[in-house]
Design a protein around this ligand. Structure first.
Ligand code: HGY
Ligand code: MN
Ligand code: MN
Length: 415
């Protein structure tokens, strides 16, 4: 058995995680710390303070990712990255993202305290805008880092108030004028991410550790229905091009067909905006989101094509425009790293369960450029993206200890 307190300090990890949860805390006990917001800037201040107190070198990049580095013996060797994200959904929880950043931070800081030197730099990372709630799509920071999405395109994306990512990024960087900027993307030897499962399987099977096999595929779209405004009191029903009425028909048809493809499909219309959104005006435009997921890439592709057909079929007497935002096939994580996670969990008396991630994570993009793997811990009732999201302190500690042991094994740690 490997004692977790030789690898990490579980109490300190929990204390810091709860301190982070105070930033953007909601009255119902959740967290609203949206990407590049004042809340995330404050979270950066707190985490950067902890990093500087631990003599880690802190940097950012043009995409607003945060890097906290423990130097290795060979500064020229590609570093190992480990972390997650600090932004949350508007009604998010204390653990989604933050648990991964702070577990990584704890694993690296404990190494530094024990005066152990890794062969290469160890870089704790917090990716910009993983959640995609303020700015869609999500995972902008990790996609920019691996070159999967252009920073120019990312900077142009507006939020609901018309503030673009670029303006928000400039504001973040202005709040940390002394942070050096790393190049956007650099060679990486490996990537590890701890995350709550955001599903019920670990808890139901009474496992504490999940060795994640991969992440299911995901497609997202933005759909715009264009009709025509009109006076609610004078425009005849049969002369109307009512965008909201078309949306209602379209959403019903999509859910009835796509949402019923099989037991594994996940189909969500999570955001709808109506214009001009006035009670006495016939709606002229509806913009809505589609989030589609499935573990089988062939089923996902067929469902994505079907969505376009159904939208066009339901559009009259309006017009419809469907814009793909994300097209991410199911992936597989690095088998060697997965084996190390299973072995570390066994060493620590926590048999690991192989599990597919139903939720998306930045590790999906890091896996395109380096060996990458994820460690899951349970969350109560599998609930996440909700304010009552919860993980047990012992599970956070156990997951961080597995992360720390795998890190030491791949980082060539020597005293
Ligand atoms: O949506 C997701 O899968 C992630 O939790 N942001
Ligand atoms: Mn997350
Ligand atoms: Mn999330």
């Amino acid at each position: 058995m490997v004692s977790s307190n030789s690898l990490i300090n579980g109490d300190r990890l929990w204390t810091r995680l709860m301190a982070l949860a105070e930033i953007g805390a909601t009255p119902a006990g959740g967290v609203n710390r949206q990407a590049l917001s004042d809340g995330e800037i404050e979270a950066w201040r707190r985490v950067v303070g902890w990093a500087q107190a631990a003599d880690l070198t802190v940097a950012t990049d043009a995409a607003g990712n945060l890097f906290m580095t423990l130097p290795g013996r060979d500064p020229t060797a590609p570093p190992i990255l480990l972390g997650s994200h600090l932004d949350s959904q508007p009604t998010g929880g204390k653990f989604d993202g933050a648990a991964g950043v702070m577990a990584a931070f704890e694993a690296v800081v404990t190494l530094a305290e024990q005066r152990l030197r890794p062969a290469c730099d160890l870089v704790v990372v917090a990716w910009m805008n993983e959640e995609g709630s303020r700015f869609a799509p999500g995972m902008m920071g990790s996609e920019a880092f691996v070159g999967a999405r252009s920073l120019v395109a990312i900077r142009a994306v507006p939020d609901a108030d018309g503030v673009c990512v670029g303006d928000a990024l400039d504001r973040l960087h202005a709040a940390f004028p002394d942070l050096p900027h790393k190049p956007l993307g650099f060679p990486v030897a490996g990537y590890l991410e701890l995350h709550i499962e955001q599903g019920p399987l670990l808890e139901a099977s009474e496992h504490v550790i999940g060795a994640v096999t991969g992440i299911q595929g995901k497609k997202t779209f933005q759909v715009v229905i264009e009709g025509a405004e009109g006076h609610a009191g004078t425009l005849a029903q049969n002369e109307r091009r009512d965008a909201l009425l078309v949306f209602a028909r379209m959403a019903t048809a999509l859910n009835a067909e796509i949402g019923a493809i099989d037991d594994a499909i996940k189909f969500t219309i999570g955001r709808v905006t109506v214009e001009p959104n006035a009670p006495s005006v016939v709606p002229s435009r509806v913009t809505f989101s589609i989030d589609l997921r499935h573990p089988d890439n062939a089923v996902l592709d067929a469902a994505g094509a079907r969505i376009a057909v159904l939208c066009r079929r339901c559009a009259l007497p309006c017009t419809v425009t469907l814009t793909p935002l994300v097209d991410a096939p199911s992936n597989e994580f690095d088998p060697r790293l997965r084996d190390l996670i299973v072995q570390a969990a066994r060493d620590q008396g926590q048999p690991a369960m192989a599990i597919l991630s139903a939720a998306g994570h930045d590790a999906r993009h890091l896996a395109k450029v380096c060996p990458a793997a994820m460690i899951f811990i349970p969350c109560r009732d599998g609930a996440s993206h909700v304010e009552h999201e919860w993980a047990e302190p012992a599970h956070v500690t156990a997951g961080a200890a597995v992360l720390a042991q795998v890190l030491r094994e791949i980082a060539g740690v020597r005293s």
